[in-house]
Design a protein. Structure first.
Length: 330
Protein backbone atom coordinates (compact mmCIF):
# COMPACT_ATOMS: atom_id res chain seq x y z
CA UNK A 1 0.00 0.00 0.00
CA UNK A 2 3.00 2.28 -0.28
CA UNK A 3 1.60 3.70 -3.55
CA UNK A 4 -1.54 5.01 -1.84
CA UNK A 5 0.41 6.37 1.12
CA UNK A 6 2.75 8.32 -1.18
CA UNK A 7 -0.10 9.52 -3.41
CA UNK A 8 -2.18 10.86 -0.54
CA UNK A 9 0.83 12.45 1.14
CA UNK A 10 1.77 14.30 -2.07
CA UNK A 11 -1.80 15.47 -2.63
CA UNK A 12 -2.21 16.71 0.95
CA UNK A 13 1.16 18.45 0.82
CA UNK A 14 0.16 20.29 -2.34
CA UNK A 15 -3.15 21.45 -0.84
CA UNK A 16 -1.88 22.27 2.66
CA UNK A 17 1.92 22.35 2.88
CA UNK A 18 3.59 21.97 6.24
CA UNK A 19 4.66 25.36 7.56
CA UNK A 20 8.34 26.10 8.01
CA UNK A 21 8.04 26.82 11.73
CA UNK A 22 5.97 23.79 12.71
CA UNK A 23 6.15 21.97 16.06
CA UNK A 24 7.26 18.65 14.52
CA UNK A 25 10.38 20.06 12.87
CA UNK A 26 11.03 22.20 15.94
CA UNK A 27 10.87 19.08 18.09
CA UNK A 28 13.32 17.25 15.84
CA UNK A 29 15.72 20.21 15.99
CA UNK A 30 15.46 20.14 19.76
CA UNK A 31 16.10 16.38 19.74
CA UNK A 32 19.23 16.74 17.60
CA UNK A 33 20.45 19.58 19.80
CA UNK A 34 19.82 17.59 23.00
CA UNK A 35 21.62 14.51 21.67
CA UNK A 36 24.70 16.47 20.58
CA UNK A 37 24.83 18.34 23.89
CA UNK A 38 24.62 15.19 26.02
CA UNK A 39 26.47 12.56 23.98
CA UNK A 40 29.01 14.44 21.88
CA UNK A 41 32.26 14.23 23.88
CA UNK A 42 34.56 14.78 20.91
CA UNK A 43 35.74 11.19 20.36
CA UNK A 44 34.93 9.25 17.16
CA UNK A 45 32.88 6.61 18.96
CA UNK A 46 30.94 9.34 20.76
CA UNK A 47 30.10 10.84 17.38
CA UNK A 48 28.66 7.54 16.18
CA UNK A 49 26.70 7.05 19.40
CA UNK A 50 25.19 10.53 19.06
CA UNK A 51 24.37 10.01 15.39
CA UNK A 52 22.76 6.64 16.10
CA UNK A 53 20.54 8.09 18.80
CA UNK A 54 19.62 11.17 16.78
CA UNK A 55 18.73 9.27 13.59
CA UNK A 56 17.77 5.74 14.56
CA UNK A 57 15.76 6.84 17.59
CA UNK A 58 13.03 8.66 15.60
CA UNK A 59 13.22 6.03 12.84
CA UNK A 60 12.53 3.16 15.23
CA UNK A 61 9.81 5.18 16.97
CA UNK A 62 8.03 5.71 13.63
CA UNK A 63 8.36 2.02 12.83
CA UNK A 64 7.09 1.00 16.27
CA UNK A 65 3.93 3.08 15.92
CA UNK A 66 3.39 1.64 12.44
CA UNK A 67 3.61 -1.96 13.67
CA UNK A 68 1.43 -1.33 16.73
CA UNK A 69 -1.30 0.19 14.57
CA UNK A 70 -1.09 -2.68 12.09
CA UNK A 71 -1.23 -5.36 14.79
CA UNK A 72 -3.79 -3.96 17.23
CA UNK A 73 -5.92 -1.46 15.30
CA UNK A 74 -5.82 -2.47 11.64
CA UNK A 75 -3.84 -1.89 8.47
CA UNK A 76 -5.92 1.16 7.35
CA UNK A 77 -4.64 3.03 10.39
CA UNK A 78 -1.10 1.89 9.63
CA UNK A 79 -1.50 3.34 6.12
CA UNK A 80 -2.76 6.60 7.63
CA UNK A 81 0.33 6.68 9.83
CA UNK A 82 2.52 6.20 6.76
CA UNK A 83 0.72 9.11 5.10
CA UNK A 84 1.38 11.26 8.16
CA UNK A 85 5.08 10.32 8.23
CA UNK A 86 5.44 11.04 4.51
CA UNK A 87 3.61 14.34 4.89
CA UNK A 88 6.26 15.45 7.37
CA UNK A 89 9.29 14.05 5.52
CA UNK A 90 8.36 14.44 1.84
CA UNK A 91 7.19 17.35 -0.23
CA UNK A 92 7.96 19.95 -2.88
CA UNK A 93 6.38 22.78 -0.94
CA UNK A 94 9.11 22.67 1.68
CA UNK A 95 11.48 24.35 -0.79
CA UNK A 96 9.65 25.14 -4.03
CA UNK A 97 8.60 28.64 -2.95
CA UNK A 98 12.27 29.69 -3.12
CA UNK A 99 12.52 28.43 -6.69
CA UNK A 100 9.22 30.03 -7.72
CA UNK A 101 10.02 33.43 -6.24
CA UNK A 102 13.43 33.59 -7.90
CA UNK A 103 12.02 32.45 -11.24
CA UNK A 104 9.26 35.09 -11.05
CA UNK A 105 11.82 37.79 -10.26
CA UNK A 106 13.93 36.78 -13.26
CA UNK A 107 10.84 36.66 -15.52
CA UNK A 108 10.09 40.28 -14.65
CA UNK A 109 13.72 41.32 -15.11
CA UNK A 110 14.25 42.09 -11.42
CA UNK A 111 17.74 40.61 -11.10
CA UNK A 112 18.61 42.42 -7.82
CA UNK A 113 15.55 40.81 -6.22
CA UNK A 114 16.54 37.41 -7.63
CA UNK A 115 20.03 37.77 -6.14
CA UNK A 116 18.55 38.77 -2.79
CA UNK A 117 16.22 35.78 -2.73
CA UNK A 118 19.03 33.39 -3.71
CA UNK A 119 21.24 34.80 -0.96
CA UNK A 120 18.47 34.39 1.62
CA UNK A 121 17.73 30.83 0.53
CA UNK A 122 21.27 29.47 0.65
CA UNK A 123 22.98 32.01 2.97
CA UNK A 124 25.49 32.94 0.29
CA UNK A 125 26.88 36.13 -1.20
CA UNK A 126 25.13 36.52 -4.55
CA UNK A 127 25.54 40.28 -4.95
CA UNK A 128 27.70 40.14 -8.09
CA UNK A 129 26.16 37.22 -9.96
CA UNK A 130 25.28 37.73 -13.63
CA UNK A 131 21.89 36.50 -14.82
CA UNK A 132 23.14 33.19 -16.25
CA UNK A 133 24.93 32.33 -13.01
CA UNK A 134 21.80 33.06 -10.98
CA UNK A 135 19.92 30.59 -13.16
CA UNK A 136 22.71 28.03 -12.96
CA UNK A 137 22.87 28.11 -9.16
CA UNK A 138 19.08 28.00 -8.84
CA UNK A 139 19.02 24.88 -11.03
CA UNK A 140 21.71 23.18 -8.96
CA UNK A 141 20.14 24.03 -5.59
CA UNK A 142 16.63 23.13 -6.75
CA UNK A 143 17.59 19.76 -8.23
CA UNK A 144 19.44 18.75 -5.07
CA UNK A 145 16.56 19.96 -2.91
CA UNK A 146 14.05 17.99 -5.00
CA UNK A 147 16.20 14.90 -4.57
CA UNK A 148 16.49 15.27 -0.79
CA UNK A 149 12.92 16.30 -0.12
CA UNK A 150 11.19 13.99 -2.59
CA UNK A 151 13.09 11.35 -4.53
CA UNK A 152 15.45 10.22 -1.78
CA UNK A 153 12.53 9.83 0.63
CA UNK A 154 10.57 7.93 -2.03
CA UNK A 155 13.49 5.58 -2.60
CA UNK A 156 14.04 4.65 1.04
CA UNK A 157 10.33 4.47 1.86
CA UNK A 158 9.52 2.30 -1.18
CA UNK A 159 12.39 -0.13 -0.68
CA UNK A 160 11.79 -0.66 3.03
CA UNK A 161 8.00 -0.74 2.60
CA UNK A 162 8.47 -4.05 0.79
CA UNK A 163 9.67 -5.46 4.13
CA UNK A 164 7.17 -3.59 6.31
CA UNK A 165 9.63 -0.87 7.35
CA UNK A 166 8.40 1.99 5.12
CA UNK A 167 7.97 4.80 7.71
CA UNK A 168 11.39 4.02 9.20
CA UNK A 169 13.00 4.47 5.77
CA UNK A 170 11.46 7.90 5.24
CA UNK A 171 12.49 9.13 8.70
CA UNK A 172 15.96 7.58 8.43
CA UNK A 173 16.69 9.40 5.17
CA UNK A 174 15.39 12.82 6.21
CA UNK A 175 16.94 12.69 9.69
CA UNK A 176 20.31 11.65 8.23
CA UNK A 177 20.25 14.63 5.90
CA UNK A 178 18.98 16.99 8.59
CA UNK A 179 21.42 16.21 11.40
CA UNK A 180 24.44 16.54 9.13
CA UNK A 181 23.25 19.93 7.91
CA UNK A 182 22.10 21.12 11.33
CA UNK A 183 25.27 20.16 13.18
CA UNK A 184 27.41 21.92 10.55
CA UNK A 185 25.20 25.00 10.89
CA UNK A 186 25.60 24.95 14.67
CA UNK A 187 29.37 24.75 14.27
CA UNK A 188 29.35 28.05 12.36
CA UNK A 189 26.81 29.98 14.39
CA UNK A 190 26.50 28.58 17.92
CA UNK A 191 28.61 28.97 21.07
CA UNK A 192 28.59 25.21 21.64
CA UNK A 193 29.32 23.71 18.20
CA UNK A 194 29.17 20.05 17.34
CA UNK A 195 32.57 18.36 17.48
CA UNK A 196 34.56 17.45 14.39
CA UNK A 197 34.04 13.77 15.24
CA UNK A 198 30.27 14.19 15.28
CA UNK A 199 30.25 16.11 12.00
CA UNK A 200 32.48 13.50 10.41
CA UNK A 201 30.23 10.63 11.53
CA UNK A 202 27.14 12.42 10.22
CA UNK A 203 28.80 13.18 6.86
CA UNK A 204 30.04 9.61 6.37
CA UNK A 205 26.68 8.10 7.30
CA UNK A 206 24.84 10.51 5.01
CA UNK A 207 27.11 9.64 2.08
CA UNK A 208 26.34 5.93 2.51
CA UNK A 209 22.59 6.45 2.98
CA UNK A 210 22.32 8.77 -0.02
CA UNK A 211 24.48 6.65 -2.35
CA UNK A 212 21.70 4.50 -3.84
CA UNK A 213 18.93 7.17 -3.90
CA UNK A 214 21.24 9.60 -5.71
CA UNK A 215 21.79 7.10 -8.50
CA UNK A 216 18.11 6.20 -8.68
CA UNK A 217 17.28 9.90 -9.06
CA UNK A 218 19.92 10.33 -11.74
CA UNK A 219 18.56 7.32 -13.63
CA UNK A 220 15.01 8.70 -13.42
CA UNK A 221 16.20 12.04 -14.82
CA UNK A 222 17.89 10.19 -17.66
CA UNK A 223 14.76 8.17 -18.48
CA UNK A 224 12.44 11.18 -18.60
CA UNK A 225 15.04 13.50 -20.16
CA UNK A 226 17.60 13.03 -22.89
CA UNK A 227 18.72 9.52 -21.97
CA UNK A 228 21.96 9.11 -23.93
CA UNK A 229 23.27 12.57 -23.06
CA UNK A 230 22.36 12.16 -19.39
CA UNK A 231 24.11 8.82 -19.08
CA UNK A 232 27.15 10.09 -20.97
CA UNK A 233 27.41 13.15 -18.74
CA UNK A 234 26.94 10.98 -15.65
CA UNK A 235 29.76 8.65 -16.69
CA UNK A 236 32.23 11.30 -17.80
CA UNK A 237 31.55 14.43 -15.75
CA UNK A 238 30.10 13.43 -12.35
CA UNK A 239 33.61 13.46 -10.85
CA UNK A 240 33.89 17.20 -11.55
CA UNK A 241 31.73 17.91 -8.49
CA UNK A 242 33.23 17.69 -4.98
CA UNK A 243 30.52 15.42 -3.60
CA UNK A 244 30.16 12.07 -5.34
CA UNK A 245 26.42 11.70 -4.82
CA UNK A 246 25.61 15.29 -5.73
CA UNK A 247 27.87 15.03 -8.76
CA UNK A 248 25.91 12.07 -10.14
CA UNK A 249 22.61 13.97 -9.86
CA UNK A 250 23.92 17.25 -11.27
CA UNK A 251 25.77 15.58 -14.15
CA UNK A 252 22.67 13.59 -15.12
CA UNK A 253 20.58 16.77 -14.91
CA UNK A 254 23.05 18.59 -17.13
CA UNK A 255 22.82 15.96 -19.82
CA UNK A 256 19.06 15.43 -19.48
CA UNK A 257 18.20 19.08 -20.28
CA UNK A 258 21.41 20.14 -22.08
CA UNK A 259 22.47 22.83 -19.59
CA UNK A 260 25.95 23.67 -18.39
CA UNK A 261 26.30 23.11 -14.64
CA UNK A 262 29.27 23.48 -12.32
CA UNK A 263 31.77 26.30 -12.12
CA UNK A 264 32.64 28.91 -9.55
CA UNK A 265 31.06 28.33 -6.16
CA UNK A 266 29.39 31.08 -4.18
CA UNK A 267 30.98 32.19 -0.93
CA UNK A 268 29.29 31.79 2.40
CA UNK A 269 27.39 34.80 3.65
CA UNK A 270 28.86 34.09 7.08
CA UNK A 271 32.33 34.98 5.76
CA UNK A 272 31.88 36.79 2.42
CA UNK A 273 35.45 38.06 2.29
CA UNK A 274 37.12 34.77 3.00
CA UNK A 275 37.84 31.68 0.97
CA UNK A 276 35.09 29.75 2.76
CA UNK A 277 32.74 28.15 0.27
CA UNK A 278 29.02 27.71 0.66
CA UNK A 279 27.25 24.63 1.97
CA UNK A 280 24.87 22.71 -0.17
CA UNK A 281 21.41 21.67 0.95
CA UNK A 282 22.91 18.59 2.53
CA UNK A 283 25.59 20.49 4.40
CA UNK A 284 28.60 19.38 2.37
CA UNK A 285 31.21 21.93 1.41
CA UNK A 286 30.97 22.93 -2.22
CA UNK A 287 34.04 24.13 -4.05
CA UNK A 288 34.79 25.56 -7.47
CA UNK A 289 34.34 22.88 -10.13
CA UNK A 290 34.79 22.33 -13.83
CA UNK A 291 31.67 22.94 -15.90
CA UNK A 292 29.83 20.16 -17.68
CA UNK A 293 29.09 20.41 -21.41
CA UNK A 294 25.84 22.04 -22.52
CA UNK A 295 24.20 25.35 -23.21
CA UNK A 296 24.63 28.32 -20.90
CA UNK A 297 21.86 28.42 -18.30
CA UNK A 298 18.83 30.44 -19.40
CA UNK A 299 15.36 31.16 -18.00
CA UNK A 300 13.93 28.49 -20.28
CA UNK A 301 16.03 25.88 -18.48
CA UNK A 302 14.12 26.60 -15.25
CA UNK A 303 10.93 25.48 -16.96
CA UNK A 304 12.76 22.44 -18.31
CA UNK A 305 13.86 21.54 -14.77
CA UNK A 306 10.28 21.78 -13.49
CA UNK A 307 9.15 19.46 -16.27
CA UNK A 308 12.01 17.06 -15.60
CA UNK A 309 11.18 16.81 -11.91
CA UNK A 310 7.45 16.32 -12.39
CA UNK A 311 7.97 13.71 -15.11
CA UNK A 312 10.24 11.87 -12.67
CA UNK A 313 7.48 11.95 -10.05
CA UNK A 314 5.03 10.52 -12.57
CA UNK A 315 7.55 7.82 -13.44
CA UNK A 316 7.90 6.90 -9.77
CA UNK A 317 4.14 6.77 -9.26
CA UNK A 318 3.56 4.66 -12.38
CA UNK A 319 6.19 2.14 -11.28
CA UNK A 320 4.75 1.96 -7.78
CA UNK A 321 1.23 1.59 -9.16
CA UNK A 322 2.32 -1.30 -11.37
CA UNK A 323 4.09 -3.02 -8.47
CA UNK A 324 1.03 -2.53 -6.25
CA UNK A 325 -1.26 -3.92 -8.96
CA UNK A 326 1.01 -6.91 -9.51
CA UNK A 327 1.04 -7.61 -5.78
CA UNK A 328 -2.75 -7.39 -5.53
CA UNK A 329 -3.28 -9.65 -8.55
CA UNK A 330 -0.59 -12.09 -7.41
Amino acid sequence: MSFFAILFALLIEQVRPLGRHNPIHAGLRGWARWVSRNFDAGKPHHGWVAWTLAVLGPSLAALGVHWLLALFVGWPFAVLWSVAVLYVTLGFRQFSHHFTNIRDALDTGDEPRARELLAQWQQVDASELPRSEIVRHVIEYSVLAAHRHVFGVLAWFSVLAAFGFGPAGAVLYRMSEFVGRYWKYRSRTQLQPASVALQSAAARAWHVIDWLPARVTALAFAVVGSFEEAIDCWRNHAQRFPNDNDGVILAATSGAVNVRLGGEALKSAFAPNSSQTFRSAGGEAMADTESTPGREAEIAHLRSIVGLVWRSVVLWMVLLALLTLARLLG
